[in-house]
Design a protein around this ligand. Structure first.
Ligand code: ATP
Ligand code: LTN
Length: 334
């Protein structure tokens, strides 16, 4: 508990422009939960360098991501929105937790296996221990709940295991976090290959809707989206492309699948694609306008970056000092 509320933590990597998958699977839920919890939303730039980044590009993407969080509807006064690299406790706790994580556990992580396959020339130790840094992010703030897309469930489970193991040795140090997966949009698939998740690092730009795509591009990408030759609008695994479009429509408009199926009864794929495109454009237009305004106001954004880093640093130090004491590090002499 912090300030009388339960704590929420989540983060996204500054590795590219956010996709509709990131928005519907994570960001939208963050906004819905923001009032109920004391929230920490991090731009996890330390995770980003597990894959090689061009420094000036990373800095730009991280700032854009910070602006996107705010543009999407997170109030930076009520919520602590900050850069992970500005709070030293993430790395310090990650080191300690590394010593409570088994290589056998890390060997099972599917995201590591996927990324190692994609970046075979750079399978670095950071990529391997990525889940431990993520556990540190979450445990540092004693988070009760962590809203993420389905793909992050395995990382949440290892976080709970590490926290439970630490608590079993040293007493109740960490809150065991619960994942929060939204009912809709938890796994948005690629528009070009509906067996793969929509991902901001996909090399085919037509596979993803980016939050900064203009309306014509959004519509064009939906019109090109892979469907099938069944020509009927149904929600099942034999028609994964159509299922994905319906998932997007329902998550974007807060409609149930049953209601959407009634709405599109007797219609063709062209009409479905048009309606999905419109529903997404309606979300993106105001978001993009806010985004441009925020980025243009340098002082406003800089002030948020500064004050929130201080807030996060203060909150994180409480846990860090407790953990350092528990494992036997010498007391600081004042
Ligand atoms: P990358 O391609 O760089 O690995 P990503 O697009 O998979 O990135 P992340 O930064 O790893 O995105 O994820 C940020 C958040 O968005 C996480 O909570 C993740 O679960 C969620 N998310 C990512 N992709 C999707 C998707 N296609 N559908 C639903 N949620 C998603
Ligand atoms: N691993 C996540 C990003 C992430 C995160 C976190 C999410 C890093 N630290 C803490 C929730 C809580 C990803 O790749 N999407």
């Amino acid at each position: 508990m912090l300030n009388g509320k339960k704590v929420l933590f989540s983060g996204m990597q500054a590795t590219g422009t956010l996709t509709l998958g990131n928005y519907l699977g994570a960001l939208k839920n963050w906004i819905e939960l923001a009032d109920e919890y004391e929230c920490f939303y991090s731009v996890v730039d330390m995770h980003s360098i597990t894959v090689r980044q061009e420094p000036s590009e990373l800095r730009k993407k991280a700032r854009n991501l910070m602006a996107l969080y705010i543009a999407a509807g997170l109030d930076p006064e009520d919520n602590c929105i900050y850069y992970q690299s500005h709070v030293s406790g993430h790395a310090e706790l990650a080191w300690i937790l590394n010593c409570f994580t088994y290589v056998g556990e890390l060997n099972r992580m599917t995201q590591f296996k996927d990324k190692a396959r994609k970046h075979a020339d750079n399978i670095n130790a950071g990529l391997y221990t990525y889940p431990v840094l993520m556990a540190a992010d979450i445990l540092l703030y004693q988070a009760d709940v962590v809203p993420v897309g389905i793909d992050q469930m395995q990382h949440l489970e290892i976080t709970r295991d590490i926290a439970g193991r630490f608590n079993a040795i040293y007493g109740d140090v960490f809150t065991i976090p619960e994942p929060y997966i939204g009912k809709q949009g938890a796994k948005i698939m690629s528009l070009q290959d509906p067996s793969k998740k929509m991902s901001k690092s996909d090399e085919n730009p037509n596979a993803s809707i980016y939050l900064l795509d203009d309306p014509d591009t959004v519509m064009r990408k939906f019109k090109r989206a892979v469907t099938d030759s069944e020509a009927c609008i149904a929600y099942n695994d034999e028609q994964p492309g159509v299922k994905n479009l319906l998932d997007i429509y329902c998550a974007a408009t807060n409609t149930s699948i049953d209601d959407a199926l009634k709405e599109f009864e007797g219609q063709g794929y062209g009409q479905l694609k048009e309606a999905v495109g419109e529903s997404v454009i309606a979300i993106l237009k105001p978001l993009q306008q806010r985004f441009n305004e925020i980025l243009a106001d340098k002082d406003y954004l800089d002030n948020i970056i500064k004050t929130n880093a201080e807030r996060a640093q203060t909150a994180s130090l409480k846990t860090l000092r407790k953990v350092q004491k528990k494992v036997g590090f010498p007391e600081r002499v004042r």
